[in-house]
Write a protein that binds this ligand. Structure first.
Ligand code: FE2
Length: 304
């Protein structure tokens, strides 16, 4: 069997959108160019040097049927949720939140220097797991291993594995790989990928060469681009005079119909209507001990 490396199918320019209470962010998908990358439903880059872009934040809102993954590289995000988690997501930290049948949460970015670098990924859940109990994995930067490869290439392993090093996020249905890759100038990075995995890279700093055809043809991809990768067994990225930083995200497709409405992603329209009814009736989340559960229903569901 010959080894086929994954080629660039599409290099998408993220689109500016307003989200949450008025956060100006770059959306990789869903956009007109790309609706869905099974099992991934959304990729947002809310990085900015201007606090006006992000300070309004993402006040209390619901989720059902998905996982939301927040990764912060500079600045911080204050968060709290209806299953009792609260605190700060600091630089290098990851929050992997599995909404299951219902969670309400709030994420408010801030930064002392003004500089925020952060990303959010949505991962779908299969029908049989959409109504499970919500689950929260808060992972600190110090618990995310960094692997040094050839030529000064460094990879932070959030989920999945690089060589013998495994990331701390576990027990996720889509069996994701989530890597933060740094390639210094004139170096290369190769990563083996199972053939059945959906794969994309998000280039957020510098530039590098990704393969576009079998053989020698490569394309320079400059930040910021979301690179959808085709079928194959590995990814090869090379740098020239500039370094490159990108996220590499892989996951196992779920292959089920999806019905979306804002922060809910279910299989059918009827299930979406049920989520909206549960929200109206105050039965969306479990009653909270020692608190007025109505206080969690502060914001209506919004189309996202
Ligand atoms: Fe959210």
């Amino acid at each position: 069997m010959s080894i086929i490396s994954r080629k660039v199918l599409n290099a998408i320019e993220p689109q500016y959108v307003l989200e949450g209470a008025g956060v100006r962010l770059r959306r990789g998908f869903p956009t007109e160019a790309l609706d869905y990358l099974d099992p991934f439903l959304l990729f947002d880059d809310f990085s900015s040097n201007n606090p006006a872009d992000y300070m309004k934040g993402f006040p209390m809102h619901p989720h059902r049927g998905i996982e939301t993954v927040t990764y912060i590289l500079a600045g911080e995000v204050n968060h709290r949720d209806s299953i009792g988690n609260a605190g700060k997501i600091g630089a290098g930290d990851v929050q992997w939140m599995t909404s299951g049948r219902g969670i309400m949460h709030e994420e408010m970015p801030s930064s002392r220097s003004g500089k925020l670098i952060g990303f959010q990924l949505w991962v779908n859940l299969p029908a049989q797991r959409k109504m499970n109990e919500p689950r929260y994995q808060g992972i600190l930067s110090a618990d995310i291993p960094e692997v040094e490869l050839n030529d000064g290439v460094k990879v932070r392993v959030i989920a999945g594995r690089v060589g013998q090093v495994e990331g701390p996020v576990t027990g996720i249905v889509a069996e994701p790989t989530y890597l933060n890759v740094f390639i210094p100038s004139y170096s290369s990075f190769t990563h083996e990928i199972d053939e059945d995995r959906t794969a994309f890279a998000y280039v957020f700093e510098g530039e590098g060469m990704f393969e576009v055809t079998e053989g020698m043809a490569r394309q320079f991809i400059q930040h910021r681009k979301l690179v959808v990768l085709g079928a194959g067994h590995s990814l090869v990225v090379k740098s020239k005079g500039q370094s490159i930083r990108f996220l590499l995200v892989l996951g196992k497709p779920i292959r089920e119909p999806i019905a979306r409405y804002g922060p809910f992603v279910m299989n059918t329209r009827e299930e979406i209507e049920q989520a909206l009814r549960d929200l109206r009736n105050g039965t969306f989340i479990d009653p909270q001990p020692n608190s007025d559960s109505n206080s969690w229903y502060g914001s209506p569901a919004k189309e996202k």
